[in-house]
Design a protein around this ligand. Structure first.
Ligand code: SF4
Ligand code: SF4
Length: 99
């Protein structure tokens, strides 16, 4: 059955069903890179983000917003409230398909 097929897909299969329509401007902003550098030794957004949007690059946080799944975790996960989070511009962002 179709539903069973969907349930039996592994995470890699499901990732293939995710599509993105990236906006020109990021809907995610790291407010202060110095906070990341000096107050967040574990850079935990690089760990908890399921889409690996955040990558620490020597002195600043690179934000690959184009691949964001819009799960909202970084709204609450940053211990310093250092991420400004908005929905992508209308008509842009992630598209989840079931098959
Ligand atoms: S969790 Fe917040 S403070 Fe820590 S590295 Fe990420 S954006 Fe910076
Ligand atoms: S909303 Fe979710 S997927 Fe997008 S950057 Fe934040 S933690 Fe990552």
């Amino acid at each position: 059955m179709e539903g069973d097929e969907i349930m039996s897909k592994n995470i890699e299969d499901k990732q293939y069903l995710v599509r993105f329509k990236a906006a020109k401007e990021s809907h995610l902003t790291v407010m202060d890179h110095d906070v990341c550098m000096t107050k967040c030794p574990d850079k935990i957004c690089t760990i908890f983000c399921p889409a690996e949007v955040y990558k620490w690059e020597n002195i600043r946080m690179h934000v690959g917003y184009e691949g964001c799944h819009e799960c909202g975790s970084c709204r609450i996960g940053c211990p310093h409230q250092n991420i400004k989070w908005e929905y992508p511009q209308g008509g842009h962002g992630v598209v989840f398909r079931l098959a």
